[in-house]
Design a protein around this ligand. Structure first.
Ligand SMILES: NC(=O)c1ccc[n+]([C@@H]2O[C@H](COP(=O)([O-])OP(=O)(O)OC[C@H]3O[C@@H](n4cnc5c(N)ncnc54)[C@H](OP(=O)(O)O)[C@@H]3O)[C@@H](O)[C@H]2O)c1
Length: 344
């Protein structure tokens, strides 16, 4: 029988890449979307798979709705990617974030347990669980210390997923994913903010790019590589938790340097901290400056993952390197800016 997958958050970055992967593997792919006047389908359209997805409305806040969705779709695999996924917003909406990102996961797990407890379940955990890091690099055994309502909500989700595995013997897995980016990343995230806005500044369509902490360091991979790891977790005989990461770290400043270089402008930096300004060596034009308004109330300074367990047990590896990732994103956004096709 054809495999059937249900992806919550299919309209997001990872949902789109995962849907493409599962379709290529012959799955019937169902995706949940939230009720809204204009569904957010640009990513699925851009990947050319919109028509192949079976959509079903679902909100993580409504248990009865989730149970009906599981009963209707009867999936073999559920990938829970839906979340209020932006750390900054979680400081402004801590209760909502906890409800969707934390309790929402218990709602799905309960629905799965009630309807068919043999379903394989994937939970989107995050490197933000490590927050104020207790070890470098971080692996599955590193203690958690989240630094935002997002991280705290995801911590609850992580442990409730482990708990359903241990309590009921369910096939549940958590992917502790370090940052992964792509040309389909939301524009509120720093990498895509840099590539969209820098492309506009260089094209003369925006005055300057303003960013927060230039020295924040992240382990950035390509989302297309990471969804393959999610799928691999659900193909095993039992559920488990895995870190997916590149094992390399780069600063926001390095990301900006690389993106700008790809667009033909080496950056010369002047000033430090909140006073830092980046100018094009070629034209002298101010391209970037720091705006402390974009600093997080509590920063996560150095996230770097150790994916050894995923490499050994899943045969997984992040194959796209930092430079290629930045180039891929910058190329896409320069084209979109030139064509006027940047998503709203
Ligand atoms: N990308 C990363 O670097 C990263 C790293 C670690 C973990 N994660 C986690 O991995 C998952 C996927 O990430 P992503 O980058 O693809 O995120 P994303 O692009 O922000 O997508 C989030 C998805 O969740 C949906 N959603 C939000 N609130 C919902 C609700 N109340 N009910 C139902 N659906 C809701 C959104 O739907 P709309 O389209 O309607 O807004 C969207 O489809 C998220 O859980 C994220 O927290 C991401």
């Amino acid at each position: 029988m054809q495999n059937r997958a249900l992806i919550t958050g299919i309209t997001g970055q990872d949902g789109a890449y995962l849907a493409r992967l599962l379709l290529s593997l012959g799955y019937q792919v169902w995706g949940t979307h939230r009720r809204s006047s204009s569904p957010n389908t640009w990513r699925l359209r851009e990947l050319g798979i919109l028509e192949k997805i079976r959509f079903i409305p679902m909100d993580l806040l409504e248990y009865s709705n989730i149970q009906r969705v599981i009963e209707t779709v009867r999936p073999n695999e559920v990938y829970n990617l839906a979340a209020q996924s932006f750390v900054q917003t979680s400081f402004e909406m801590p209760l909502y974030t906890g409800d969707v990102d934390g309790l929402g996961v218990t709602r799905i797990l309960e629905a799965v347990r009630t309807v068919d407890s043999t379903i394989h379940f994937y939970q989107a955990s995050t490197s933000e669980l490590f927050g104020k890091v207790h070890a470098i690099p971080q692996n599955e055994a590193t203690p958690f210390h989240p630094r935002s309502p997002y991280g705290v909500g995801k911590l609850y989700a992580h442990w409730i997923t482990v708990n359903y595995r241990e309590s009921y013997g369910m096939h549940t897995s958590c992917g502790i994913l370090f940052n992964h980016e792509s040309p389909l990343r939301g524009q509120e995230f720093v990498t895509r903010k840099v590539t969209t806005q820098l492309a506009k500044v260089i094209a003369g369509k925006q005055r300057i790019l303003e960013v927060g902490n230039l020295e924040a360091r992240r382990d950035w991979g390509f989302a297309g590589d990471y969804v393959d790891g999610m799928w691999r977790m659900l193909q095993r005989s039992h559920g488990d938790d895995f870190v997916l990461a590149t094992g390399e770290t780069h600063s926001v400043r390095e990301f900006i340097d690389e993106a700008s270089r790809h667009a033909g402008h080496e950056i010369e930096w002047d000033g430090v901290g909140a006073l830092a300004v980046g100018r094009s060596r070629k034209t002298g034009q101010e391209l970037v400056r720091v705006n402390p308004e974009f600093y997080r109330p509590a920063e996560v300074d150095l996230l770097i993952g150790d994916p050894a367990k995923a490499t050994q047990e899943l045969g997984w590896k992040a194959s796209t390197r930092f430079k290629s990732l930045v180039e891929m994103m910058m190329t896409a956004d320069m084209r979109r800016v030139a064509e006027g096709t940047l998503e709203a």
